[in-house]
Write a protein that binds this ligand. Structure first.
Ligand SMILES: [Zn+2]
Length: 263
């Protein structure tokens, strides 16, 4: 009888230990809000700032070891062959993601950009403040990145510098629908067109670089438009209220060629 009581008691203690252990596991591995956030955390300030991205995870090694990283300071561009950049953006339902690193607008399939007859599809666009690229060492208030992919899975990003001037109505519409961090705001029956955020002039600089966020993957075709678009002081302040700084510092050129393409 006495032994049996002891066994029962032991069993009870074991169950308690297992439950406490499971609760502990849940705290260490919380269910991610968005699937793609299941990667190690990184940030723009503190211990996980851009100078440490390469040490956070082996997946992020290129952030430290890569020789063709972005962004860069654009100067000494050489006049390249006249390449046209053509945009064929369609309206898309407004879907705003606040992923804790930026405000991102996901795009439906069917909107394309063509460089040198190579077609890329627009996947999403997002914002950085201040601008990540600098032109002759000068940063803009914001920089928009329009991320495209072709059928071979190669990435081409179009960078648009945004400086203080008149308000952009489309920016107002986007800013009004920014959800809380980790959330997605999928607005029904509401379409936008990213074409309304592009400057008129399509002269651009091109070079080969990387993603400007971990994992800093390389072989990204960068195309930075030379004409800036305008955004109001209030619109800049509204974004910076959410993200004071979300820009990676400029990276070494390492002998890469920057081309200028007049339209
Ligand atoms: Zn970006």
């Amino acid at each position: 009888m006495k032994l049996s009581w002891k066994i029962k008691n032991l069993l009870f203690v074991n169950i308690i230990v297992i439950v406490v252990f499971l609760i502990g596991l849940m705290a260490v591995f919380p269910t991610p809000v968005i699937a793609e956030e299941n990667t190690p955390d990184w940030s723009y300030a503190g211990a996980a700032n851009p100078t440490h991205w390469g040490e956070i995870s082996s997946e992020f090694a290129l952030c430290e070891l890569g020789k063709n990283q972005s962004p860069i300071n654009i100067n000494h561009a050489i006049e390249g062959t006249p390449i046209k950049i053509e945009f064929n953006y369609q309206p898309t339902p407004l879907l705003v993601v606040n992923n804790g690193h930026t405000v991102q607008i996901n795009y439906n399939p069917g909107s394309t950009m063509k460089i040198n007859d190579e077609e890329y599809e627009l996947i999403q666009f997002h914002f950085h403040t201040p601008s990540e690229h600098t032109i002759n060492n000068k940063a803009s208030a914001l920089e928009m990145h329009l991320v495209h992919r072709n059928v071979k899975n190669q990435l081409a990003v179009v960078g648009v510098m945004m400086n203080q001037g008149s308000a952009n109505p489309l920016i107002d519409q986007i800013w009004q629908h920014i959800p809380a961090v980790g959330k997605i705001n999928d607005i029904e029956n509401y379409t936008i067109n990213a074409a309304n955020l592009l400057p008129k002039n399509k002269d651009f600089f091109s070079y080969i670089g990387s993603l400007t966020t971990p994992p800093c993957s390389e072989n990204v075709k960068w195309n930075v438009l030379t004409e800036t678009t305008q955004i109001s002081e209030e619109q800049i302040a509204a974004f910076q209220k959410l993200y004071q700084v979300n820009a990676r510092p400029v990276q070494p050129i390492n002998g890469r060629k920057i081309e200028f393409h007049p339209s």
